[in-house]
Design a protein. Structure first.
Ligand code: TEU
Ligand code: CA
Length: 546
């Protein structure tokens, strides 16, 4: 196993729209990020992943790109981008950007041209099929409700869109399209960008027979992943672009199992360096708005972690995250807002002590929680709104139940603006914010976190420093030493003779800690209870063996 910078990196994800608004239009922007670079650097992170900053009509907040070589109007200019990149580099932080090339925006000039005529030179940049018996070519459904096919009146053919109809899928079968993508990648790498997070990259190759949706897997979108040519395309991308730069890659890999993971990231594969799976964030709860919430237990979660650790630990490399812009807030999802500080720090402990590159999402370092949304109109996300239209308005699902469910899982929880201080609009903007501000900003905000030496923020800083000072926390073998325990997670991380022991109480009841702690010295803990063989709710400790 080789040591590399991207294995040792700690990543901080910025969702630009919600980070900081510098010009008062209510939308976060690049100048806003620039103002906050010292804050980001103070955490001790090594890499920033920036969610899409490209030109976009924002049907899916930038995940619908209309120009891969230009900046979103609301976010600023190319000069602003260059300033952010330079500012990060000055602080020793690398930048990875979001490569969204499974689909483009329907406003992209390629699509605008493609839809004008069947013989347009850009037609084949997208996926077109004639109607079958006057109907859609097959029964594929889109992620954000409805059919995955949209009829285009001009030419009487359907185009494929796995997400919204404003996000037509690009046709990777076409080598011209592939080379346009590689050109765009080189443009940003040549500017000095340090790599890519690749949006739904495991969907780029489609089964050219467009088979019917497997009946037994209805609603299971993993069927679109791992198409027949996906490895060939990634291999080509690696050969044409990635291999020529010292850059970092992380492929969002919805639908890739632990058993399949090495085929993407194995060291001899020359495809991607890492992938980002969904198994733990969807445990018992595939992302749907119509099923109620299902509780899960720690054993299920541990089983997922160790499955992935065994699959990639020695021959590839894992990633680790609890939250991002597509998930609810981590304390609401995996912790407990009633144990705000303790559970926020417990999640941090788990995040930063795995054999994997950790991804921290903006706001989680100050313990932001889910936002109460009182009515459907308060949501912004196309996923919540389109599914509402289909299931509640068209199919008669229960309105209140839908709203309750969205209050648990909606992506908007992660997208409410960053809470900087107690000023109006949480110091995010001087104007009207594009999305509701969580009313708890008066207590949960950056200024308060910085002023409190016992805050979640300062605990993240300590953890990050501990991880960086001790390669065993990055590279060490991970052994679950209480595999049967339903609420305590205890594991060792061992590397080159150094051994750490991590113990975590993943729940709201006090637990006995049935472990012999002699020979261990406490490095860091989230509470100061001083009772070694009892764990308070969400208590977490890291020991080092002397
Ligand atoms: O997400 C891909 C993806 O699988 C999501 O649709 C996910 O299942 C869903 O968000 C669960 O809520 C990526 C981006 O991260 C997401 O923001 C985009 O909307 C999507 O691709 C389309 O680009
Ligand atoms: Ca702005």
């Amino acid at each position: 196993m080789q040591k590399t910078w991207w294995k040792e990196a700690i990543v901080y994800q910025i969702y630009p729209r919600s980070f900081k608004d510098a010009n008062g239009d209510g939308i976060g922007d690049l100048r806003g990020i620039l103002e906050k670079l010292d804050y980001v650097a103070s955490l001790g992170v090594d890499v920033v992943w920036l969610s899409p900053h490209f030109k976009s009509p924002n049907v899916d907040n930038g995940y619908d790109i209309s120009d891969y070589l230009d900046i979103m109007d609301e976010f600023g200019t190319m000069e602003d981008f260059d300033a952010v990149l330079a500012g990060l580099h000055e602080r020793g932080i690398k930048l990875i950007i979001d490569l969204v090339v499974n689909h483009s925006s329907d406003q992209h000039p390629w699509f605008q041209a493609a839809r004008t005529a069947k013989d347009n030179p850009y037609r084949d940049y997208y996926i077109w099929r004639p109607p079958v018996n006057g109907q859609t070519p097959n029964d594929w459904r889109a992620f954000f409700a409805g059919s995955a096919w949209e009829l285009d009146e001009t030419t009487g053919e359907y185009y494929l869109h796995l997400f919204t109809k404003e996000q037509p899928d690009l046709n990777w079968e076409n080598p011209k399209l592939r080379h346009e993508v590689y050109k765009a990648m080189r443009f940003w790498l040549d500017k000095g960008v340090d790599g890519f997070r690749m949006d739904v990259i495991t969907f780029i190759s489609k089964d050219q027979t467009y088979p019917p949706y497997p009946e037994t897997r209805f609603g299971d979108f993993t069927v679109y992943a791992n198409g027949p040519r996906v490895h060939e395309f990634l291999h080509e991308m690696n050969r044409e672009v990635l291999s020529k730069y010292d850059c970092m890659t992380v492929g969002e890999s919805f639908g890739v199992t632990a058993e399949q993971a090495l085929s993407y990231v194995g060291e001899g594969r020359h495809e991607l360096q890492t992938i980002y799976h969904f198994d733990h964030v969807t445990v018992r709860n595939p992302h749907t708005f119509v099923n109620g919430w299902q509780d899960f237990n720690l054993q299920e979660l541990k089983a997922i972690f160790y499955k992935w650790d065994r699959a990639l630990g020695d021959q590839g490399w894992n990633t680790m995250y609890f939250g991002n812009h597509d998930n609810p807030r981590v304390i609401s999802r995996f912790g407990d807002p009633a144990h705000h500080k303790a559970s926020g720090k417990m999640i941090a402990t788990l995040l930063l002590t795995q054999r994997a590159t950790p991804y921290l999402y903006q706001g989680d370092e100050i313990g932001m929680t889910n936002c109460p949304f009182d009515a459907i109109e308060e949501f912004n996300d196309v996923e919540v709104l389109n599914n509402y239209k289909e299931f509640v308005e068209e199919k008669g699902a229960d309105d209140a139940a839908y709203l309750a469910n969205a209050n648990i899982i909606a992506r908007d929880h992660a997208r409410t603006p960053m809470q900087w201080n107690t000023a109006p609009q949480a110091g995010f903007t001087t104007g009207m914010p594009w999305l509701k501000i969580n009313p708890n900003y008066t207590e949960i905000n950056v200024e308060a976190a910085l002023a409190d030496p016992d805050s979640i923020f300062h605990y993240y800083r300590q953890l990050i420093a501990l991880r960086k000072a001790n390669p065993a926390l990055t590279y060490g073998a991970n052994e679950d030493i209480l595999p049967e325990h339903p609420q305590v997670w205890a594991y060792t991380r061992t590397f080159e003779g150094v051994c750490f022991l991590v113990v975590v109480n993943f729940g709201k009841t006090t637990q006995a800690l049935p472990l012999d702690l002699s020979g261990y010295t406490l490095s860091l803990s989230n509470l100061n209870e001083g009772t070694p063989h009892t764990l308070a709710p969400y208590e977490s400790r890291i020991y080092q063996r002397s």
